[in-house]
Design a protein around this ligand. Structure first.
Ligand SMILES: [Zn+2]
Length: 230
């Protein structure tokens, strides 16, 4: 695993994943009044666990945008992503909202920069009555780079659990990270720091490990399928 950029040119076929821990340093992200902790702590802890789990497969090259408590601008994060030309970017965040709102949400971005809420996408694929959504879906299916990431996103959403009490699209600054053209990218809001149950998951090692497992298992499967047998 490397941090901050691709240390060496890849000489063998590899599945490359950039794991981005949201926020850091003076940018704490959302504050949890429930546990008195900040989002940046949870994102880093979860990202490190995701990186470690992915790195257990030697054919996966993992790059973290940060592995300590440092500030990184969106431009710095995008520079790392561009330098690595990854197969996948996974950006880890947590949300805040009313106390009852809880659960995770997975977002992917199409080439126009529209955020697509993955659980909405999943429920509509069988029953496509929503015109706007079928348009977006058709558009996704034309784009190989994005199409490829849809099943990974759906499986992460299923494993991590759905959102209760509030839908919506994450803050635009988070999504700006994903706007690296041609790079399949997921933004995962792992839960609400403002909810007493989610906060336990987000800020304890057991919860962080469960979340990291839900994120990494579908990626490990996808990498395994896309790599030549050795
Ligand atoms: Zn965030």
């Amino acid at each position: 695993m490397s941090i901050g950029d691709c240390a060496e040119p890849l000489t063998r076929p590899a599945f490359t994943v950039v794991v981005d821990a949201g926020h850091g340093g003076r940018d704490g992200g959302a504050y949890s009044f429930v546990v008195g902790r900040v989002e940046k702590e949870a994102t880093l802890a979860i990202a490190k666990r995701v990186a470690r789990k992915l790195g257990s497969n030697k054919q996966i090259v993992v790059i973290m945008t940060r592995d300590d408590d440092r500030y990184l601008s969106l431009i710095a994060r995008q520079r790392i992503i561009k330098s690595c030309e990854p197969n996948l970017v996974v950006s880890i965040h947590a949300d805040s909202g009313p106390p009852a709102a809880r659960g995770a949400a997975v977002f992917l971005l199409n080439e126009q920069g529209q955020a697509i809420v993955v659980d909405r996408l999943m429920s509509r694929t069988q029953d496509s009555t929503d015109d706007e959504l079928s348009f977006i879906l058709a558009d996704i299916q034309q784009r190989q780079s994005i199409n490829y990431v849809v099943p990974i996103a759906s499986r992460i959403q299923l494993a991590i659990g759905s959102r209760v009490g509030r839908g919506g699209v994450p803050r635009s600054a988070n999504l700006a990270l994903l706007k690296v053209p041609g790079t399949p990218s997921l933004l995962i809001e792992c839960g609400f720091v403002s909810n007493e149950f989610d906060a336990i998951d987000l800020f304890t090692p057991e919860g962080q490990d469960r979340i990291a497992g839900a994120i990494s298992a579908p990626i490990l499967d996808a990498a395994r399928r896309s790599m030549p047998k050795s």
